[in-house]
Ligand binder design. Structure first.
Ligand SMILES: [Zn+2]
Length: 284
C-alpha cells in the first residue's frame, strides 16, 4: 500500500484527468493507500477541501506556498487557515516554506511561477514563521518546501519550536551533512522520484543518510515528473505543452528509494506506512 506524502491533486493541470485518476487510485496505491493534497494559496483551499470531502484517500493540507507569497491575498488569510484547520481534524499545514531559487535563478517567465513576482526573503520568512508557529501550537503535521534556502531555514528551525510530532521536508534537497541536525530538530524527509535522475547524485547521497524511521515518499504531482525510465504512468500534455506528472508514479518513488538504499521494497513499504501514520496520524 502506497502513501503519497505530498502532491497537488487539486491543481488545474490535473482537472481534465481527475475523474480517471480518482477511480484509478485504489488500484495504483492499493486499498487504503492515501495522499496528502497540499493547497498553496487561499484561492485553492476550497478545491482541496472539496477533494477531502469527496474521497477518503485524500488528506487535506492548507498553506501559503513561498511561490504564492508575492501574489495578492486576503488580509485575513491566516484566520482563514485557522478556520480550515478547525473544521477537519485530518487537516495539516502545508505547503509552506522558503525559496531562494525564485529570487536568484528562476526565469521571470517560468510558467510554473504563474506570473507571480518573487517575494523577498523577509516576506517569505514572515509568512513561513506564522504558519509554522500555528502548526507547532496545535502539534499538527506541517509540510515544508525549501529550495536553495537551507542557510535561511536552519536558523529559523533552531529558533522556533517545531510541532512535537516533527515536520516534513518535502522533496528534500539539502545536503547529507545537515541530515543529522535536521533529524534532531524533528524532520521527516520525503523522497521524490525526480531524484532518480543520474545528475541528482547529491540528493541520492542525502537519501542514503536519512534514518529509516524518518523516510516518506511523494510525487508532488502535477510537478516533478520522474526521469523517463522511471515514469511508469504518463498524462498527455496540456495546451502549454507541459505534461503533468501522474500521481501513479508514487510507485517509482518506493521502487527507486528501495534500490538506492539497497533494501527490499516490501520492507521499506511497511516502514513508510508506519512513518506516515506516526507523522500524519492514523487513517480516518
Ligand atoms: Zn509541492
Amino acid at each position: 500500500m502506497f502513501y503519497d506524502a505530498h502532491n497537488h491533486f487539486q491543481d488545474e493541470a490535473l482537472v481534465p484527468h481527475l475523474e480517471r485518476l480518482v477511480s484509478a487510485w485504489p488500484q495504483l496505491a492499493g486499498e487504503g493507500g492515501e495522499m496528502v493534497v497540499n493547497g498553496t494559496h487561499p484561492s485553492d483551499w476550497p478545491r482541496v477541501a472539496a477533494l477531502a470531502e469527496a474521497h477518503a484517500f485524500v488528506r487535506p493540507a492548507y498553506g501559503l506556498h513561498p511561490w504564492d507569497v508575492g501574489a495578492p491575498r486576503p488580509s485575513d488569510w491566516l484566520q482563514q487557515l485557522v478556520a480550515r484547520l478547525d473544521v477537519d481534524p485530518r487537516a495539516s499545514v502545508g505547503e509552506i516554506g522558503l525559496d531562494r531559487w525564485i529570487l536568484d535563478s528562476a526565469a521571470p517567465d517560468d510558467p510554473r511561477l504563474g506570473g507571480v513576482p518573487p517575494a523577498s526573503m523577509n516576506e517569505q520568512t514572515e509568512v513561513f514563521v506564522a504558519q509554522f508557529a500555528l502548526a507547532a501550537a496545535r502539534n499538527l503535521p506541517v509540510t515544508v518546501h525549501c529550495l536553495h534556502a537551507f542557510g535561511e531555514l536552519l536558523p529559523l528551525l533552531r529558533a522556533h519550536p517545531a510541532p512535537a510530532r516533527g515536520f516534513l521536508l518535502h522533496a528534500y534537497g539539502g545536503s547529507a551533512e545537515i541530515v543529522g541536525e535536521l533529524v534532531r530538530l524533528g524532520a521527516y524527509f520525503s523522497f521524490n522520484p525526480a531524484f532518480l535522475d543520474r545528475r541528482k547524485a547529491a540528493r541520492q547521497e542525502a537519501f542514503r543518510a536519512i534514518p529509516e524511521d524518518r523516510l516518506l515518499c511523494e510525487t508532488d504531482a502535477p510537478a516533478m515528473p520522474p526521469p523517463p525510465v522511471w515514469r511508469t504512468h504518463k498524462l498527455p500534455s496540456g495546451p502549454d505543452g507541459f505534461a503533468p506528472n501522474h500521481p501513479g508514479n508514487i510507485e517509482a518513488a518506493y521502487a527507486g528509494l528501495a534500490a538506492l538504499r539497497g533494501v527490499e521494497q516490501a520492507a521499506l513499504t511497511a516502514r513508510i506506512a508506519d512513518n506516515f501514520t506516526r507523522f500524519f496520524g492514523p487513517a480516518w
